[in-house]
Write a protein that binds this ligand. Structure first.
Ligand code: CUA
Length: 286
């Protein structure tokens, strides 16, 4: 763009200087008419015709590429709900909810329906295309399709407060069979082993209001935790560059509270906190 507009600028300035230098008036009426016509045909017809054709030659294919993907091929719907400051992803057809972790099947059209209950955020997976503004009171959708498997990073792309920089999420694009395996594993209720009964009971009474663990609690407001032990991100992006365990997250809460990443101090007797954390660490591992 810079080189193209430099070219346009130089050309316009050149013509301008040329016009200023060229003194003299038309020799006669006939000459004036010819000059006049030359400008109309050259500047009014040929120039726009050539430039518009050139722009459309590039623009039409580009427009096709950014159009919505085929509306007929039954997309997988994912609701992306941006909170201050974490991500909630719901798969309404699969009855799965995750936090800060988006799992997608490769080669399938995904319809992201983005919303926000608090302030304006923006959904962005740089490797999968453009941003979607998430505006309170609105649902903005966009279709995307991953063409190869792998892990990538998503990021909130609209400044939304002190926790904005931490508002990242992990994306895993899986083969269809692996996605199905993940889906089935995630739909199973968590079975609490004998040795974890006390921890699960404590979790139920202290954390169950806000957090859901399939088969154990049904809370709302806080991140879903059914597979929290297997997640690479805890506390959204707070652990960037370093693996944060659930226990560290729970005991290091003053820091999270300070920057607003946590809503609650999760105050509990230390041994109980450790017990709950140890149990949460096992979730999501088969
Ligand atoms: Cu959410 Cu920035």
């Amino acid at each position: 763009m810079f080189s193209f507009f430099t070219l346009v600028f130089v050309t316009v300035v050149g013509l301008w200087i040329h016009a200023m230098r060229k003194h003299g008036t038309p020799r006669d009426a006939e000459h004036a008419r010819r000059l006049h016509n030359r400008w109309i045909i050259g500047g009014g017809i040929l120039l726009p015709l050539i430039s518009v054709t050139a722009i459309l030659t590039f623009g039409i294919p580009a427009g096709q590429r950014i159009q919505l993907l085929d509306p007929d091929d039954a997309p997988l719907v994912v609701e992306a709900i941006a909170h201050q400051w974490w991500w909630e992803f719901r798969y309404p057809d699969l009855e799965i909810t995750t936090a800060n972790h988006l799992v997608l099947p490769v080669g399938r059209t995904i319809e992201i329906r983005g919303s926000s209950p608090d302030v304006i955020h923006a959904f962005w997976i740089p490797r999968l295309g453009g941003k979607i503004d998430l505006v309170p009171g609105r649902i903005n959708s966009r279709r995307l399709k991953a063409t190869s498997t792998g892990s990538m990073r998503g990021q909130c792309a609209e400044f939304c407060g002190t926790g904005h920089a931490h508002m990242i999420f992990e994306v895993d694009v899986l083969q269809a069979a692996d996605f199905e395996r993940w889906q089935h594993a995630r739909q199973q209720p968590v079975e609490v082993a004998e040795q974890d009964r006390a921890a699960a009971a404590a979790f139920k009474s202290h954390c169950g209001q806000c957090h859901t663990i399939t088969g154990v609690t049904n809370g709302s407001g806080g991140p879903e935790l059914t597979d929290v032990g297997a997640r690479r991100l805890i506390g959204a992006g707070l652990n960037r560059g370093r693996q944060l365990t659930v226990r560290e997250w729970l005991t290091d809460h003053p820091r999270a509270l300070e920057i607003g990443l946590a809503r609650d101090d999760h105050q509990q007797p230390p041994d109980q906190l450790t017990r709950i954390a140890a149990w949460l660490e096992t979730l999501g591992h088969d």
